[in-house]
Design a protein around this ligand. Structure first.
Ligand SMILES: NC(=O)c1ccc[n+]([C@@H]2O[C@H](COP(=O)([O-])OP(=O)(O)OC[C@H]3O[C@@H](n4cnc5c(N)ncnc54)[C@H](OP(=O)(O)O)[C@@H]3O)[C@@H](O)[C@H]2O)c1
Length: 297
């Protein structure tokens, strides 16, 4: 435990000053997103904290301000389970420069549910709404040379096999919580590669198992959600430690476009992902665009 704390403190000391930089983090009211916001704020950054509840965001901001009283922290709200909410959030944003966009919000191993747009919830919350958010912020991202950091999950890759067919994604009879989670997290990987192909400074990370509370929200049925709820705490690390990889990917010069990271600063070899197919990068992009269009976005 002492070693972990030392690692975190040592790492934090080495994060350069972020004064004058602007960050936006989705899912910043708790867990890894909150911890990231805390570190960036303490280093002097302006941080846009995204969440779906203004009350939760305000509590998070109050907490961070105890550590960084002068930090500029701005709450922005949208429900990633509703594309119109994402659209409205972006239309209300008054932001001229963005250094880092961290696509961190997520749900995992949850029961079958369709979003407002009638899309399986893990696919929409974890992937499609982030894809849409980036589309909506495209000009700002290009102009600002924004670094886009996606938070994926390496262990979930064993469950993943992307399907570019909404009926298959939504099919209740064959829904398996961990498979849907795996698919959405593999989508994070391919989305990152798709962004990098289009000249965006995009990176993807795996935080490893981290005690954030996400495990308690794994309300899906079956063995793996059960393990997440009841056993994962045995191997999960503290959030202060689990957050290091996404901080590294956000600020390190080593994290160039198209790179993937795990275990703080270790290269994550995507070619080892069991169902990794290079052509899925373009297929996912096209499918996501078509799906958005078909839903009127
Ligand atoms: N913890 C781990 O072991 C682990 C491992 C691998 C990958 N990850 C990934 O790490 C990321 C962060 O998760 P975490 O562990 O920090 O969990 P967390 O504490 O539950 O944080 C998830 C965040 O996403 C937000 N969110 C969920 N659904 C949303 C929606 N519909 N609209 C807007 N915001 C929504 C949550 O807001 P609410 O509070 O309102 O729900 C929360 O702020 C996720 O992408 C997850 O897949 C985590």
């Amino acid at each position: 435990m002492l070693q972990n704390k030392t690692l975190f403190e040592r790492f934090k000391e080495n994060v350069p000053s972020l004064t004058g930089k602007t960050f936006m983090i989705t899912g910043a009211n708790s867990g890894l997103g909150f911890e990231s916001a805390k570190v960036f704020a303490q280093k002097g950054a302006t941080v846009y904290l995204h969440g779906r509840s203004l009350d939760k965001l305000q509590s998070a901001i109050d907490e961070i301000q105890k550590l960084a009283p002068n930090a500029k922290l701005i709450p922005v709200t949208s429900d990633l389970g509703d594309l119109s909410s994402v659209k409205e959030m972006v239309s209300n944003l008054d932001i001229t420069h963005l250094d880092v966009l961290m696509l961190n919000a997520g749900i995992g191993l949850v029961e079958y549910k369709l979003t407002k747009q009638g899309i399986e919830s893990q696919f929409q919350v974890n992937h499609l709404s982030h894809f849409y958010l980036v589309q909506q912020l495209w000009d700002l991202i290009v102009k600002s040379k924004t670094r886009v950091v996606s938070v994926s999950a390496k262990p979930a890759m064993g469950w993943a096999s992307l399907k570019f067919d909404l009926d298959a994604i939504n099919k209740k009879a064959t829904y398996v919580p961990q498979n849907a989670y795996g698919d959405s997290k593999l989508a994070n990987v391919h989305f990152t590669l798709g962004l990098a192909k289009r000249g965006i400074h995009a990176c993807v990370i795996d935080p490893g198992p981290v005690k954030t509370g996400i495990e308690n929200k794994a309300n899906g049925s079956g063995f793996f959600p059960f393990l997440a709820r009841n056993v994962s705490f045995l191997i999960a690390v503290k959030v202060e430690v689990g957050v290091l990889t996404q901080i590294f990917a956000s600020v390190s010069d080593k994290a160039v476009a198209g790179t993937s990271w795990t275990n703080t600063d270790q290269f994550w070899d995507l070619s080892k992902i069991p169902n990794f197919k290079e052509q899925d990068t373009d297929a996912l992009w096209q499918f996501s665009e078509e799906l958005l269009r078909s839903k009127g976005f």
